[in-house]
Ligand binder design. Structure first.
Ligand code: FEO
Ligand code: CA
Ligand code: CA
Length: 620
């Protein structure tokens, strides 16, 4: 979640008279951080420029040169072979920074591509400082850009054009309502609700590289909004309870994709806090959207209902599939869904409802480095009528009293998945954020922080875990169908200059707090994005939120990009040749991006484009 989500969900908890869990609010985390105050002078931070790594170890982890087929020399006789493209990471890392701009390494460029209020749908009028009505906002970009994915288009060079599907986690309220207006779901008018709900969901935009710059292709027939006002189909075992359709998606945090080219936008809330008159069961799902518009947008209930962060998938040689997911709750569990059917690469339409039937599992991380996928199927693993839910026992020295929960049907399990995972004995993790499956089939997962943790375990080893950690695992047999795995603690975030032992971490290189966005790119290069507090207490140590390259073998971390004041860095996708990275700047609070766009608009969340001036792959 972002701190805005945290705030929205807190109001919802109060409305529903749900108890606060210690450590649930990000403010709790910050208050317990006990960070040493240090002043960072711009450019004076002792950055370790250990980034000039040789890349052979890196590429060997992802199958070496087999990924470089497109760049292989032409057979003789013929023209002189083109030099092979190198993806070895050689960029010069940048220091921790505080400032109202995007900081990038030497030799790189940054352009603002798509900001909140920019036109999406054909004929839309942009937000240019004058407030629009709900119909107008429904046609422009939502706010708080988060997870996203780039899709090639048939007939278009995928390195020069395609579709971007972009999540909008929350409204950028500063462009929706008059200054000083506070949105209150209990008193909002129907028009105000429509406006707020227009600004969440997904934007699909066609983008193209022309004259050296990426731009949104205005009036493309693919340009489309999916918002909190759109009607979605419902599929899977809980559809009979939820109903055939639901109005709205919201809190579209991070996202994923499927092998058949659809987009999975994740709802990071289990109710509609912007319009609580809508039944809560309609939210907390993974929603499948087809950026090409061939399939109806559908909430896939078989994947469980919780505060979904993102998804990533693994597909086996026999086309068995697993979708990995996390519940960004304090604490929350790690899940995977294995469809009953197999992916059909020869017939896209045959996969249309593949995510409606299958087995949902939750992860148990054992102290000896092994792990189990526990099946969350009604009638198994304690999921019966009269089950005893132990609650979030990690958050207090005295465990809460168990609560009786009835799991009479699979719909009960799917509607109350958090409880089902606890009953079944899954491990309560320190706020699961992003998962990424690398080309070497190693799986990385960020656990952003949990300042309220009191009871530790091997996979969550720190009380008052203010800075978070990253775990890596391998499925037994390297198969999507595995029911067990081997895991290791990849790194503990923090900074060795901090006084308290639980805040130091063990990062080798440039330090960070609160890893959130994460992705292993097609060349096996691991990127980590942060969503730490933006208070001076935190930025004095870590700088503004940033994006890092982390060497999978040495675990050395190198800061690649630093965001403007107040933002988190999130969203990561790229063209197939990796010469263009699309990255999201969420909820900036200063003058960005107006200070680079030359206008006087309020700060706006935006998608940026990062490239190299010499046109080579980013990072190399
Ligand atoms: Fe919306 Fe968990 O980040
Ligand atoms: Ca976060
Ligand atoms: Ca996040």
């Amino acid at each position: 979640m972002s701190h805005l989500t945290d705030k929205y969900r807190a109001a919802s908890r109060a409305r529903n008279q749900l108890p606060d869990v210690p450590g649930q609010m990000m403010e709790d985390v910050l208050g317990q951080a006990q960070l040493q105050r240090r002043t960072l002078l711009r450019g004076s931070f002792g950055a370790t420029f250990a980034a000039a790594f040789g890349g052979s170890a890196l590429l060997s982890a992802c199958g070496g040169g087999s990924d470089d087929v497109a760049a292989a020399p032409a057979p003789a006789p013929g023209p002189a072979p083109a030099p092979a493209v190198s993806y070895d990471v050689t960029f010069k890392g940048i220091p921790a920074m505080v400032g109202d701009q995007v900081f990038i390494p030497e030799g790189y460029t940054m352009d603002v591509l798509f900001a909140a209020g920019d036109p999406v749908v054909a004929g839309a009028a942009a937000y240019t400082g004058t407030l629009l009505d709900s119909a107008g906002y429904e046609k422009v970009s939502g706010g708080n850009h988060d997870g996203m994915h780039f899709y090639p288009l048939a007939g278009v060079d995928p390195n020069k054009g395609g579709l971007l599907a972009i999540n909008h986690e929350a409204p950028d309220v500063q462009i929706l309502f008059p200054a000083g207006f506070t949105y209150n779901a209990g008193t909002a008018t129907a028009e105000q609700k429509k406006i707020a709900l227009s600004a969440v969901g997904v934007s699909v935009i066609e983008v193209e590289l022309a004259s050296g710059k990426w731009a949104v292709k205005a009036n493309s027939p693919y340009n489309k909004r999916y918002s909190g006002n759109t009607v979605y189909n419902v599929g899977g075992p809980a559809a009979g309870v939820v109903g055939p359709t639901v109005v709205g998606t919201l809190n579209n945090c991070a996202s994923g994709r499927t092998p058949w080219g659809t987009y999975l936008t994740c709802e990071e809330t289990t109710d509609n806090y912007l319009d609580p008159t809508q039944p809560a069961n309609g939210y907390g799902w993974v929603v499948e959207i087809d950026p090409q518009g061939s399939f109806a947008a559908t909430k896939r209930t078989a994947l469980g209902r919780f505060d979904h962060e993102n998804t990533d998938y693994m597909v086996d040689a026999d086309n068995s599939l697993a979708i990995y997911m996390g519940d960004d709750s304090t604490p929350g569990c790690v899940y995977k869904f294995v469809p009953s059917g197999k992916y059909n690469p020869a017939d896209r339409a045959a996969n249309q409802n593949l995510l409606d039937a299958g087995t949902l599992y939750a992860a148990k991380f054992n102290a000896d480095g092994t792990g189990q996928w526990i099946e969350l199927t009604q009638g198994k693993n304690g999921l019966v009528v009269g089950a005893q839910d132990p609650g979030n026992f990690t958050q207090s020295a005295v465990p809460p009293a168990p609560v009786t929960v009835d799991f009479a049907t699979q719909a009960d399990v799917l509607l109350n998945t958090k409880s089902a995972a606890r009953v079944a004995g899954a491990t309560l993790m320190d706020r699961p954020e992003w998962v990424s499956v690398g080309p070497d089939r190693k799986i990385y997962f960020t656990f952003t922080n949990n300042g309220g943790r009191q009871v530790t375990d091997a996979a969550n080893p720190r009380v008052t875990n203010s800075h978070g950690h990253i775990i890596r695992w391998t499925e037994d047999g390297d198969t999507a169908k595995a029911t067990s795995f081997k895991w290791e603690m990849f790194l503990l975030a923090g900074d060795p200059r901090l006084t308290a032992a639980n805040l130091k971490g063990n990062i080798n290189g440039d330090t960070f707090s609160s890893p959130d966005g994460l992705g292993v790119d097609p060349k096996g290069r691991l990127w980590v994005q942060t969503d730490a507090s933006t208070s001076a207490t935190t930025t004095n140590t870590f700088g503004n939120n940033a994006m890092y390259y982390v060497d999978q073998a040495t675990k050395e971390s190198t800061r690649f990009l630093v965001g403007p004041n107040g933002c988190e860095i999130t969203g990561l996708t790229y063209t197939p040749d990796l010469t263009t990275f699309f990255i999201n700047i969420q909820h900036p609070t200063g003058t960005w991006p107006s200070n680079v766009q030359g206008n006087a608009l309020p700060p706006r969340s935006a998608t940026i484009v990062v490239r190299r001036t010499d046109g080579k792959p980013v990072g190399a």
